[in-house]
Design a protein around this ligand. Sequence first.
Ligand code: BTN
Length: 249
Amino acid sequence: MKNQVGHKLIRYGAVSSTNEVLKRLAEDGVEPGTVVVAEVQNKGRGRLDRTWESPKGGLWLSVLLDAEKQTAEGKTGLITLTAGCAVAEAISNTFKLEARVKWPNDVLIKGKKVCGILGEMLKVEKKQLAVLGIGVNVNNPVKKGYDFSPFSTSLTEELKKELAMEELEAEILCQLEKRNALLINGEFNAILEDWRKLADTLGKNVRIITPTGQLEGMAKDIDDNGSLLVKMLDGKIETITAGDCEHLA
Ligand code: BTN
């Protein structure tokens, strides 16, 4: 039971941010595997301190994970990478709709962003934990042009009907549980292979915006830590550990 994703699931109406709520719960001692779901977030957060619009109709959830092994081995980047795969597979299984991952961890449908993931590390009484925040646009309206995807989308927009969210939520937790077992057991190669299979980024020309600048090249692969390997015009390979990635036409 311990560590099993969703062994404890707490539902809220409106919260500031499910990541914030779960961090507080973790500090109060809830176990890894605990999940927080909210109908609405008033202060939903995206990567790089962006605002994440989180009205009613979307799936906004956070999961607490044991991150000892990945932290010890310098592979915390794999946590969000594998979460993207879990969501992509859950969307495909639930709605028969092809979903793919964009480095580092967005989920796309036909090139448009349908899900964003925010991973945050946390230490509670010497235990290394990760709070994994997942936002899926399901029935909610989406702001065009958010982030670097040419457009954002929602599942309702793609499928042209109102959708029930329960099955998707359950399938995401099930896919996360499968991959969390790989993380806990240190089966990192399986995680990397899974990501490569679902990747939309590899083989594409990309523009990467890092904290120190911008570069363009061809996305060739990811390395063992989940960093993106980009081949530059002069043939040199750059290793990108963090940044925003835009797929170029
Ligand atoms: C991004 O693409 O910038 C990441 C978006 C992450 C949004 C989710 S919604 C649930 C969780 N709570 C938050 O405040 N953010 C994440």
